[in-house]
Design a protein around this ligand. Structure first.
Ligand code: URA
Length: 213
């Protein structure tokens, strides 16, 4: 089966899914969207009000900001795959629970395997935790990591920046560097210093973008 058909099969499975309590409250599943051959995959947290209504990821205010951020990376929404760690809306936009994340992980894993993106961009802490367990987003946002043979770049969630303007600058800065990673291998773990003694980054003191820039 090619990637396009595999994604369709995953979508069908998600539509039938009753594996966790989120199934009971959804209007629509939100499997994700984008070309099956996308080189970059963005992974958010979970559908909100607008996404649940439309069955599409990031179509509310956070999605509008994501579209703007993609522009800073020289990317169009139509050329990237966008999805979430959970495919059904948590009630009142609460955090996804561990059992919901666990129930949905198979779908995300299958999507990643089908698309085989060169770069995964995590948006927010739940998505980051799928790949990096001991990271602090304030320290490692914008950095490339090598995880399971792929480049994973951890970013703040766009919705967080809507509430904390200081994070907006950090997101714009990080997205502005994103395109460069397509042409560069990720640094080895030895080249990275995310130890607690490392200087934490802030919007005023952004992390050095390693040797790539
Ligand atoms: N926030 C997310 O994490 N995902 C969406 O699809 C929308 C808002």
């Amino acid at each position: 089966m090619d990637a396009e058909n595999t994604l369709q099969a995953i979508r069908y499975q998600i539509e039938q899914c009753q594996a966790c309590p989120l199934a009971a409250g959804r209007l629509n599943v939100v499997p994700g969207e984008g070309p099956a051959n996308s080189q970059i995959m963005f992974i958010g947290e979970g559908p909100g009000f607008h996404e649940d209504r439309q069955g599409k990821p990031f179509v509310g205010p956070a999605g509008n900001f994501l579209d703007e951020l993609l522009g800073y990376a020289g990317l169009k929404r139509s050329e990237v795959f966008i999805t979430n760690v959970v495919k059904c809306r948590p009630p009142n936009n609460r955090d996804p629970q561990p059992e919901e994340l666990a129930a949905c992980q198979r779908y995300l894993d299958a999507q990643i395997a089908a698309i085989n993106p060169r770069i995964i961009v995590t948006l927010g802490r739940f998505s980051m935790a799928r790949f990096i367990q001991d990271g602090k987003i304030s320290r490692i946002h914008g950095y490339p990591h090598r995880v399971e043979g792929r480049t994973v770049v951890t970013m703040y969630h766009p919705a967080a920046a809507l509430h904390q303007p200081a994070l907006k600058d950090a997101l714009i800065e990080d997205f502005s560097h994103l395109r460069d990673f397509l042409n560069q291998p990720a640094p080895s773990p030895e080249e990275q210093d995310f130890s607690d003694s490392a200087e934490p980054s802030t919007p005023e003191n952004p992390p050095e973008q390693l040797s790539l820039f």
